[in-house]
Design a protein around this ligand. Structure first.
Ligand SMILES: N[C@@H](CCC(=O)N[C@@H](CS)C(=O)NCC(=O)O)C(=O)O
Length: 166
């Protein structure tokens, strides 16, 4: 009898927008996966999965991928049906640009990893100013990408849900 293939495991949390992205991709592509809810800050064992202690992380057989964009691109290559990105070279580049603006130039800078460090030493107004600064800059970048021809597609939609991030 053939051995059943192990399902990929997604370490994630309901509140994490980076996790939402990956769940959207997994569901869109019809991948059956195991949902493991973790608090990356307090779960002592999670560090073994991702030493950076960020979620999400996807364990697929012998590989552990711990970044929502990398996971999404891995899923895109492994399950090409229901594509997340356009085929056109230039549109694809612009869409990746927008996704990466969200992933590296907005979300981490206005999230807990930076703002949380200053908890207690900054007033709510001061932290709001920092949050607004990076969101404003990021949105200017996103707008430019649209002017240049990026089209809304699944990857973009997934990456756009950063606002709820903790
Ligand atoms: N670039 C990473 C960022 C991951 C990230 O910031 N995850 C947040 C949740 S959305 C997290 O784990 N935060 C916990 C913390 O900052 O302590 C990705 O896109 O996966």
């Amino acid at each position: 009898m053939a051995m059943a293939k192990a399902k990929p495991i997604l370490y994630n949390a309901w509140i994490s927008s980076c996790s939402h992205r990956v769940r959207i991709a997994l569901n869109l592509k019809g991948v059956d996966y195991e949902y493991k809810s973790v608090n990356p800050r307090t779960d002592p064992d999670y560090e073994k999965i991702n030493p950076m202690k960020y979620i999400p992380a996807l364990v697929d057989g012998d590989i552990v991928i711990s970044d929502s964009l990398a996971i999404s691109l891995y899923l895109e290559d492994k399950y090409p049906a229901h594509p997340l990105l356009p085929k056109d070279l230039k549109k694809k580049a612009l869409n990746l640009q927008i996704a990466n603006i969200v992933c590296s130039s907005i979300q981490p800078l206005q999230g807990y990893a930076v703002i949380g460090l200053h908890e207690g030493s900054m007033s709510p107004d001061e932290s709001l100013q920092i949050v607004q600064r990076y969101i404003d800059k990021g949105f200017r970048g996103r707008l430019k990408s649209f002017w240049m021809g990026a089209k809304v597609n699944m990857l973009l939609e997934m990456m756009s849900n950063w606002v709820m991030c903790f």
